[in-house]
Every structure is written in C-alpha cells, then in structure tokens.
Design a protein around this ligand. Structure first.
Ligand SMILES: [Zn+2]
Length: 334
C-alpha cells in the first residue's frame, strides 16, 4: 500500500470498509513541517471508533512496533467499527533520536492541551493529533521507558469525568499483562492531554511498558496483546478478552530530583519496594567525589529511575525536570 500524503485541512476518510494510510501534513508558522502518520481501518460491521497512538516520546519504541503490528494484523472483515492507529506521533523527534522532549521547542507534549495551533510547534502537533482522533470513543496511548529511563511496566488510568467513562477506561487497562495498574484520581497527576481526551468523552489509558529505549519482543507483545484485549472488550473484535492478574496501585507519586549537576550512581532498580529512609543512590562530581546521597522519603515502589548517569540540573526547558530527575516513586501504604 502506498500511503497518501494529505494536508491536514484536506483530510477525509472513506465511508466504505477498508484500510487507508495517510501521512497528514501541516505547516507551522515557523516554517517547520508536521508529519503525522495515520492508518484507518474501517470495519465491515458498525461499531465504535477506537484509536491507538504511540511514539509521543520518540525513543519509546516497544509501543511503536506494536502499533505497526496492529495496522497489519487487523482486517476490515473481522472488525466492527473503526480503528485509527498513529504509530509515531513525534516523527521529527523520532528521526532525530531525540529523547522525551520535542527538538524544535523543547516541550513535553504529554503536558500540552490541544486547541492552540497558533502556539509553538508542539502546540500545533498536539492540536493536529487531537483533531484527527477526537471523534473516537476509546484511546490507548502507548509509552515505555526512554534510553535514560529504566522503567517497571504499568498502566496508569485517568479516573476523571463521569463514572461510566472511568469504568470504560479501567476496562481498557484490564487486558494488559502488567503487574500493576494505577487508577489516578488526582486531576493534577493526570497529563493534560489525557484529560483533554476524557473531556470529549474518550475513555483512555496510557500504557508504560518497556525500558531504556530497547524494544524487546516481550514488551512489544504486552502492548499488542493489550490492544487486542481492549478491542475485544468493547466488542470490536470477536473473542473473550484476556484478563491477566493485576494489582491496583494506590498512592501519591513523587520524584526525587537533583538540584546539582553531576554523575548519578543509582542504588535501586525499577520495581523495587524501598523503605522510608532507604538509600537510593548518590550524585558525584566528574572525579567521583560524592556531592549528595539520596534516600526515599516514604515506603515506595520504584516505578522508574534514570539509569543514565548524566544529570543536568540547569537544563529544565519550560520547567520540565527530565534532565535532573533521579528516581520516580509511588508511595505505598504500610
Ligand atoms: Zn512516554
């Protein structure tokens, strides 16, 4: 199939069952081009609209490969409803192998609300994505750990909006073969883009599976199998959805950051449960002299830690603490 290049304001889809692949383009006022790959599979039978997106953070590859696999795996004949797949959102960052932030304006796009296409490049990118997917009933957003990020796989669920929407979002998470799901009730802890999806009635989750920018077959399969289970859950594919054993995480998130630049020596691993006061690691200067020791404030689960030793306390574009983060924790009740 030859994907068709289509300008954002010319985008239209067929009413007949079939598969379409489009590279949606939009030019930012800076002159920089947005290119968003979108596959659409319209099923032979009626049903809801379901969207899978990945590659928001460009080095989170396991979801990207799973989304690609989904495009080729689903046929219109077996599908009830419409499936949209955006395998790579941040194509510019992907091709530059740029970690976590957008290379043009240094923004973290998970924290951007759509609706400001006249803003920076990332504002327009998120607006474009949102406009393409906004009529969906369900959305799964696949993430993983970036090259610098050793992450323990889990599925956060935004528990925001009407009760039935929350229940639908939870049902999307139930098919992922991860140890933990994390319903989030505190609005401030839910990324603004996820809130924007929920605000137009889209049940949604974001899936964190995979680490250090390495797309293993096992992690890719967790994403892919989770999509299939979710499509079965909402009746778009036949079959009984998988319901792997999961534990529900409750507790506040916290992040240990460094206010100094230096070389990070972590002493914990992702998935560890650490006690209050437990040693987490130390920051040294270039020579190995200790600048600071870090300890856990509470009994916590280590969701991820920065496995990359380079810590830069001065690089905080738009206030984002990606380059001075050390450990991301979820507080556990005793
Ligand atoms: Zn991510």
């Amino acid at each position: 199939m030859n994907p068709e290049v289509v300008a954002f304001d010319q985008l239209e889809w067929s009413d007949s069952p079939g598969v379409e692949q489009r590279l949606v383009t939009r030019t930012h006022h800076s002159g920089e081009l947005i290119e968003l790959p979108v596959a659409r599979i319209r099923g032979a039978k009626p049903g809801p609209q379901f969207t899978v997106i990945s590659g928001m953070h460009a080095g989170e590859y396991s979801g990207i490969l799973a989304a690609q696999k989904l495009i080729s795996a689903i046929t219109p004949a077996e599908l009830s409803g419409t499936l949209l797949v955006v395998p790579v959102i941040s194509t510019r960052a992907f091709m530059e192998r740029y970690m976590q932030l957008n290379p043009i304006d240094q923004k973290e796009i998970h924290f951007i609300r759509p609706g400001s296409p006249g803003g920076t490049y990332s504002d327009m990118l998120i607006d474009t994505l949102f406009e393409v997917v906004k009529d969906s009933d369900y959305l799964i957003d696949s993430h993983a750990g970036e090259m610098a990020q050793a992450l323990y796989s889990w599925v956060p669920v935004p528990m925001w909006g009407p009760e039935d929407l929350r229940e639908k979002s939870l049902s999307l998470a139930r098919g992922f073969s991860v140890k933990y799901i994390e319903p989030r009730y505190d609005e401030a802890s839910i990324p603004p883009l996820s809130l924007a999806f929920a605000s137009v009635g889209m049940a949604n989750v974001w899936v964190e599976c995979g680490k250090n920018g390495v797309p293993t077959e096992a992690d890719t399969a967790v994403h892919f199998d989770g999509y299939i289970a979710a499509l079965q859950t909402v009746g778009m594919l036949e079959g009984e959805p998988a319901r792997p054993e999961q534990e529900v995480l409750k507790g506040r998130r916290s992040q240990i950051n460094s206010d100094m630049s230096g070389v990070w020596h972590p002493a914990v691993k992702e998935g560890d449960i650490v006690e209050a006061g437990q040693y987490l690691g130390r920051l040294t200067d270039y020579f190995g002299n200790t600048l600071n020791d870090y300890h856990s404030p509470t009994r916590s689960l280590v969701l991820y830690y920065w496995s990359n030793p380079a810590i830069n306390a001065d690089r905080r574009p738009h206030g984002y603490n990606w380059h001075n983060g050390l450990v991301s924790l979820l507080e556990l009740e005793d």
